[in-house]
Design a protein around this ligand. Structure first.
Ligand SMILES: Nc1nc2c(c(=O)[nH]1)N[C@H]1C(S)=C(S)[C@@H](COP(=O)(O)OP(=O)(O)OC[C@H]3O[C@@H](n4cnc5c(=O)[nH]c(N)nc54)[C@H](O)[C@@H]3O)O[C@H]1N2
Ligand SMILES: Nc1nc2c(c(=O)[nH]1)N[C@H]1C(S)=C(S)[C@@H](COP(=O)(O)OP(=O)(O)OC[C@H]3O[C@@H](n4cnc5c(=O)[nH]c(N)nc54)[C@H](O)[C@@H]3O)O[C@H]1N2
Ligand code: SF4
Ligand SMILES: [Mo]
Length: 755
């Protein structure tokens, strides 16, 4: 028997709709169980219209991976043994509870990894687990990734979760800086079929500019490709900004939002010395090209400047992210179709009228050892190890991870691994026994994605077009097995003293009651003045997460306001297996601004102050000029990879998806390298196969991350065959963007020589 079922792909930010093929096997002994045997693009999906990439196509192998853990593992005398769910959950709560009782809540750290942005458990429940732990030691992949963008958005717009997203479908000029969406399928911009959208841009006569030290697959599509020295984009953008200001290229009335923007004059005063001519040698881009870029953006009928990992996981990440939006503002492209706009997700609270907010600030608390400021409630991931190692009051003694592999994904993972081995208790919610979880005491594995419901509560806030799509589980859960939502809820209930056996839905009922109690007292809420109990009574008799989603949708922008108006409910979404289309992004600047001034604050003090650090770098001598073996290391992604955790699928291994060091032929011959190279960084050295290619700028080396699967304690049998090496072992984790706490992963200085 074969059937099909729709399922949103959880494997990247593009959120494609898939059609899964489900077969029941009738081999003796398997009881006719159902398995996912195929995946293709769902042509009827309202967002992705049939698009699929190799990762999505590998869904069946991911779902059926024999290395996926079936039962909780508990470490006894240094060895993992399988135990039942009740026992594992009780043990986790008891051991975490003991650490909290003896040393306080902040002695337990929490690390949230990337895949949790793609699960209901990660988006709607993990934050509640943090609250139940009462800890300020919260870490995530965000400080290996987009935190600079969050900080910059916080300063500009007043909230670290308010992102301006390029209007890919309508722009006349897309400027991509430090991103390779043809391979990554886009990030901090949720758009299915990014490659198709770039082709459509070309077909409508639009222009593509790519700024990247590598001639990537994205750069190959560009009308203009600039290849700066890694780490220098903030300076290049400062050159663009001064050019716009000095040449009178600023849009009249900032394209209509002039009254809602403050700080243009102050910005002009503070940045005017960073001219294209001054930054050009540092960026290794001719001043005329920087001016040309500024003029081209200003001359475009609409333009959207978009930056990603090459602009965030760098030394001046927050400055770069800020200046990207400064260019969008100055050229009149903020909050207008074809420029950058603020998406309106269906589960975000309905927009409220303009009002000043409390503004954004960081450093409400600091990390104990190095004094790093908290940013958006988090401390730097690179600070985790020292918080464990350093004795004294407030020391970290335990860690809970959900969907993270920081031993591979963060700098200097070996040090973290040692710290985890010495910790009082480590609890990992993760489907694999891998480089990080093998240092756990308790592993709680979520079931297969096919057995898990899906809704993109976070990524919808970044989508180029609004949709509401929900995937129910495609296959039933095995008896007695909790899904990830239940795992997290039972941890929350255990830690709160209610008990791991309590009904997990209690967690949802509490959130629902608290949210609605606040809503009904807000005069601008669609349910202002209503009675909470009667609203609760209108929610479906359904699993807790569905009740919560129903509530969120109904008080959201497109919702029915609990019967107050025509609009969306969860039942409507459930009845539309390929999703409900809610239209393109629309201007809505006034409803998002939450700065203290109630305006876009273009020249925030912390960013203006950080320009001094940038100036010092611009004026410093480039070390590569004196040491020819010194190159700047950048990262790269592959179509058939996903950070550190999908090398275990046969369909994605082999071919060109390999862990190699790419360098330019001139560097290779100058350094006498072919075959193998030895790479040395501040954190250690590696030997790695070399790929010589003119697609890399001279003086730059590129290596992917997420490799190094040679750890005998892991259970990743396919990945171990071609393990690669861990690029993050070159990094000692001491360099970070001070405004966001984000690790420097791109633009690291390394020494390269023949092996
Ligand atoms: N050098 C270098 N380092 C980098 C980067 C780089 O470009 N260069 N990129 C950085 C970036 S952008 C990121 S986001 C980080 C990622 O850093 P992390 O999020 O720490 O690491 P991942 O490799 O994504 O590992 C994800 C983990 O989640 C588990 N997992 C998979 N699916 C699920 C699920 O449904 N539920 C649960 N509970 N667990 C699941 C996997 O088994 C794995 O252990 O890496 C960063 N590291
Ligand atoms: N297939 C696949 N897709 C993925 C992932 C994956 O591992 N594989 N990971 C997902 C994750 S977690 C994320 S965060 C996104 C990332 O999405 P992207 O940011 O689009 O992906 P990257 O390939 O890391 O692109 C970064 C680009 O920046 C360039 N670069 C490096 N340093 C600099 C610099 O200093 N300046 C400039 N201008 N460019 C620089 C690199 O050469 C690279 O081409 O991808 C997501 N999608
Ligand atoms: S682009 Fe690929 S990995 Fe990303 S959501 Fe679509 S099918 Fe999944
Ligand atoms: Mo990421």
């Amino acid at each position: 028997m074969t059937r099909t079922a729709p399922r949103i792909c959880p494997l990247c930010e593009a959120t494609c709709g898939l059609t899964l093929v489900v077969d029941s096997h009738h081999h003796p002994g398997d009881g006719g169980e159902e398995f996912v045997t195929g995946a293709r693009g769902d042509a009827d999906d309202v967002f992705s219209h049939g698009y699929i990439c190799p990762k999505g196509a590998s869904f069946p192998q991911l779902d059926n991976d024999p290395d996926r853990l079936q039962n909780p593992l508990v470490k006894r005398d240094g060895r993992f043994v399988e135990v039942g769910w009740d026992e594992a959950l009780e043990l986790a709560v008891e051991r975490l509870g003991r650490v909290i009782a003896d040393h306080g809540g902040s002695s337990v750290g929490f690390y949230l990894g990337n895949p949790s942005a793609h699960t209901i458990a990660g988006t709607l429940y993990a934050p509640l687990l943090v609250r139940a732990l009462h800890t300020r030691n919260v870490f995530s992949a965000g400080t290996l990734d987009q935190m600079p963008k969050q900080a910059a958005s916080g300063y500009l717009f007043g909230h670290a979760g308010t992102f301006a997203v390029p209007d890919l479908d309508r722009t006349d000029h897309l400027v991509i800086i430090g991103a390779n969406p043809v391979v990554s399928n886009g990030s901090m911009t949720t758009a299915a079929n990014f490659p198709g959208k770039l082709n459509a841009l070309r077909h409508r006569g639009g222009r593509l500019t790519v700024i990247d030290p590598a001639r990537t697959r994205t750069a190959r599509l560009a009308d203009t490709h600039l290849a700066p020295r890694p780490g220098t984009d903030a300076a290049l953008l400062a050159g663009v900004v001064t050019c716009l200001l000095d040449e009178g290229l600023v849009a009249d009335d900032l394209g209509g939002i002039g009254p809602h923007v403050q700080g243009v004059d102050e910005l002009h005063r503070e940045i005017s010395d960073l001219t294209p001519e001054r930054v050009a040698p540092y960026c290794d881009v001719p001043a005329e090209d920087i001016r040309g870029l500024a003029r081209a953006i200003a001359a475009s009928s609409s333009a959207a400047v978009y930056g990603r990992l090459g602009t965030t996981a760098v030394e001046f990440g927050t400055l770069g992210s800020w200046l990207i939006d400064v260019v969008n503002v100055l050229t009149g492209n903020l909050d207008r179709p074809g420029g950058v706009l603020f998406p309106m997700a269906p589960t975000a609270p309905a927009p409220r009228p303009a009002h000043p907010g409390r503004g954004f600030r960081t450093g409400r608390w600091r990390s104990r050892v190095s004094g790093h400021p908290e940013v958006a409630g988090e401390l730097p991931a690179v600070a985790m190890a020292e918080e464990f190692e350093t004795p004294g009051e407030g020391r970290l003694r335990a860690l809970v991870t959900v969907a993270g592999n920081p031993v591979l994904s963060a700098p200097d993972g070996g040090r973290l691994a040692t710290a985890l081995d010495a910790a009082d208790v480590v609890v990992c919610v993760d489907p694999y026994l891998n480089e990080t979880t093998r240092h756990a005491d308790i592993i709680l594995p979520p079931p297969r994605p096919s057995q898990t419901p899906h809704f993109d509560a976070i990524l919808n806030n970044l989508a180029v077009r609004a949709t509401a799509r929900y995937s129910p589980p495609v296959l039933p859960l095995p008896d007695g097995r909790p899904d990830e939502i239940e795992i997290v809820c039972r941890l929350i209930l255990g830690l709160s003293g209610v008990g791991v056996d309590a009904d997990p839905g209690l967690v949802d009922e509490q959130v629902i009651a608290a949210t609605l109690a606040k809503e009904v007292t807000d005069p601008h809420s669609p349910v202002a003045g209503r009675d909470v109990e009667s609203l609760v009574a209108m929610l479906p008799d359904a699993p807790g997460h569905q009740r919560r989603l129903d509530m969120m949708l109904r008080i959201g922008a497109y919702g029915d306001g609990f019967g107050a108006r025509e609009g969306l409910t969860f039942a409507d979404v459930l009845a539309a297996p390929h999703g409900v289309d809610l239209g393109p992004m629309r201007p809505r600047l006034l409803t998002v601004l939450r700065t203290a001034s109630g305006k876009v604050e273009l020249a925030p003090d912390p960013l203006i102050a950080d320009l001094a650090r940038l100036r010092a770098a611009v004026d410093a001598e480039n070390p590569a000029d004196s040491d020819p073996a010194s190159l700047l290391l950048v990262g790269r992604r592959h179509l058939r990879s996903n950070n550190s955790w999908m090398h275990n699928l046969p369909a994605l291994t082999g071919g060109t998806n390999r862990c190699t060091l790419q360098i330019h032929p001139d560097d290779a011959s100058r350094l006498g390298i072919d075959g193998l190279a030895t790479v040395r960084g501040a954190g250690g050295s590696l030997t790695v196969p070399v790929e010589i290619t003119a697609d890399i700028k001279p003086g730059v080396a590129s290596m992917p991350h997420g490799w190094g699967h040679d750890d005998a304690g892991s259970r990743l049998r396919v990945a171990a065959v071609e393990p690669g090496v861990n690029v993050n072992n070159l990094n000692d984790g001491t360099r970070l963007d001070p405004l966001s706490g984000t690790a420097v992963l791109n633009g690291l200085r390394v020494e390269i020589g023949p092996a």
